[in-house]
Design a protein around this ligand. Structure first.
Ligand code: GDP
Length: 464
């Protein structure tokens, strides 16, 4: 499908920068370029060759010096004729270049519209289009690597293969419906269906880890005042500060930050004053803390390793009952000698487990002050969040939407397989098989409605 109109947008982030880029895509891209850009040296446009010149307004007055390149469809991001104009990166100058492009016949692009065209023009499938968004929003190198792999197309290829496993049985069942049984050669479709079910189940299983790498998880620190919660939170953030950026759209405050724990983006929340209070301001804190505990995928019970359990510990320990919890014995730097330290940690673990009435998922000895044990704590949290499944090979389903669609596909394929074994009529088998194929198509984009497409692409920024 080719579009009639030509779209334009600023492709670089808002604000001041070294370079600002305006991107134009569609059948009139070159025409519009010729209207608004005067090359320093005359001559015709050669694709993929950058030219120096000036962006000019209607009267031929220069707006800025610029570099421009023309890419001939289908060899471009959108698979359409595309132009990129680079100017100095000031918000006003970039906006003026965009305005010239619009005045010359382009339409302002919607969020994600360039990527949507790449998808609708068949250059990439929906899973790959979504991967480009994941690349932009990736918060850890692990999440980035998974998104790059998905853009590379492994998921698309795997789904294409599984679809093939289902198409043959569907063709067979349809033939049995349409023609007398004697005319159709008997075929055993259970082998193909078994392979399809297995492959779909395997993909769905990878989502347990994949979704956590992409979306992250929440860990909430609970403990008595002065146990060292906020010190520990800050120390965990420092493990890998450089490549962690806050999740867009989340409120940032001093009590909540994202840490990169072995590639897993973990939102750490500190709970100050979780024990009931009469003070209204403190009560707000209590409310928020209780919510943070309720939302957490994992709790970190932080205790002061230099003191003994106290009477008021019970209320805090109660929060961890029935919840996945790591006991972090903090301030071990205050304990002299390794043996004494181990003994202390073991006796605190024992005391708190008795109080809790159940063992912890792990116990880690740390010092927020010296950094001792922090890497073990980070790895322990990451391992518990990811589960005990086999190590990631980069081929993980990372998207909840994909996981849910593939789980449905697996169920329909399983129904078909059981149906064959029970001797269900071919028209009913065909219904299950079609449903399975359609569910796969929701991931690759073959069978998605406009509403869903709109919802997916509207999460992109304008210019992507
Ligand atoms: P919170 O109330 O649980 O958030 O505890 P803080 O993080 O505010 O720490 C309380 C006090 O304990 C502060 O004076 C910290 O400097 C100190 N502290 C925290 N962690 C450690 C640690 O690992 N070792 C030592 N020696 N002191 C610590």
């Amino acid at each position: 499908m080719m579009y009639d109109d030509t779209i334009a947008a600023i492709a670089t982030p808002p604000g001041e920068g070294g370079i600002g880029i305006v991107r134009i895509s569609g059948k009139d891209a070159l025409l519009i370029l010729e209207r608004i850009f005067v090359p320093a040296r005359p001559g015709s446009w050669k694709p993929y060759r950058m030219r120096y010149g000036h962006v000019v307004d209607r009267n031929g007055t220069s707006i800025d010096e610029a570099l421009a390149v023309f890419m001939r469809g289908p060899r471009s991001f959108t698979a359409e004729d595309t132009v990129e104009i680079s100017v100095h990166g000031g918000p006003l100058v970039v906006e003026q270049v965009l305005q010239q492009a619009l005045a010359a016949g382009a339409r302002a692009a919607n969020p994600g519209e360039f990527t949507m065209r790449a998808f609708l023009n068949g250059r990439i499938d929906l899973a790959q289009a979504e991967a480009t968004l994941d690349i932009i929003t990736a918060r850890t190198t692990a999440a980035l690597a998974l998104a790059e792999a998905q853009l590379g197309g492994w998921l698309s290829h795997e789904l294409h293969r599984i679809r093939g496993l289902l198409m043959d049985p569907l063709a067979y069942c349809t033939a049995l419906v349409d023609f007398p049984e004697d005319d159709v050669e008997t075929q055993d479709i259970t082998t193909l269906l078994t392979a399809a079910v297995r492959s779909l189940d395997a993909l769905v299983a990878t989502a347990q880890q994949g979704v956590i790498y992409r979306q992250g998880a929440r860990a909430t620190l609970v403990g008595r005042p002065n146990a060292g919660k906020s010190s520990l939170l800050n120390a965990l953030l420092r493990i890998d500060r450089a490549i962690v950026t806050p999740i867009p759209g989340t409120t940032r405050d001093t009590l909540e930050e994202t840490a990169n724990l072995e590639g897993v983006p973990v939102v750490l929340t500190d709970t100050a004053g979780i024990v009931e209070s009469a003070d209204p301001v403190e009560r707000l804190g209590v409310e928020r803390s209780r919510r943070a505990v309720a939302l957490a995928d994992l709790l970190l019970l932080v205790v002061d390793g230099s003191t003994l359990p106290a009477a008021d510990d019970d209320e805090i320990v109660a929060l961890t009952r029935g919840r996945r919890t790591v006991l972090a014995v903090n301030k071990i730097d205050l304990i002299e000698g390794d043996d004494a330290m181990r003994e202390r940690v073991a006796s605190l673990e024992c005391a708190y487990e008795r109080l809790r009435g159940a063992p912890f998922d792990a116990t880690v000895a740390v010092s927020a002050l010296t950094g001792q044990g922090l890497d073990v704590l980070g790895a322990t949290v990451a391992r518990l969040l990811l589960g005990e499944s086999p190590p990631a090979d980069g081929r993980l389903v990372t998207n909840v939407r994909h996981r849910d669609a593939l789980a449905r596909a697996a169920d329909h394929a399983r129904d078909a397989l059981n149906g064959v074994r029970r001797g269900v009529s071919p028209d009913l088998l065909a219904v299950d098989l079609t449903a399975a194929i359609n569910a796969i198509g929701e991931v690759t984009g073959e069978t998605v409605g406009d509403d869903l497409l709109h919802a997916i692409f509207s999460r992109f920024c304008i210019g992507k």
